[in-house]
Design a protein around this ligand. Sequence first.
Ligand SMILES: [Zn+2]
Length: 211
Amino acid sequence: MDNNRQLTPAEQKRKEVFDAKCEEMYAKDYIKSDLTFSVTKANMYALIIMLPFLVGFMGWYFVVNISRFSFGYGLIGLAVMFFAMILLTVIHELIHGITWAAFAKKHFKSIEFGIVWKMLTPYCTCSDTLAKWQYIIGAAMPTIIVGFIPAIIAIYCNSFLLFLVFWIMIAAGGGDALIILKTLRHRSKEKECVYLDHPYECGVVVFEKEK
Ligand SMILES: [Zn+2]
């Protein structure tokens, strides 16, 4: 973990809320474990984890459309792609927020949206604890809704431009997939456990307690 990184004011504020939540959980006899990655490591693993999906979907596109493939979109096509991706990136974060808000006790009051300006990356975090399945559904939903499903539709509509947009959105879900995998691999038998978004690293922390 990168301990030298300077936190932004928003991250600092979230860290305070997070620390208070940790204290509250310790007081209830929970033990905390980190399931987080530093942002640099996350980007590398995220791409590796999505590679089979990316290769599989590209192959799928060409198997279905090989006899009628064309790419004549030019600059306008590229501009459309660019703006579509910005819009879909925002929608991706909104879907995280809406899904987690549905599960969180305080609903939208627990959800925070923002942008890391240095990397021009929007984000969504939930400051309330969630059950494992709730966290996983919220993490997976955006890539399913603005990645996998429309990519399959684009394959059968033979629109390579749209397909590329959604294919890139599948790649963009790598960070979420990484967190889901790490969460799934963390086994806690016969224990009560709840999950909480880390305030500034990529991933979650889990609080566990003997039943
Ligand atoms: Zn995401």
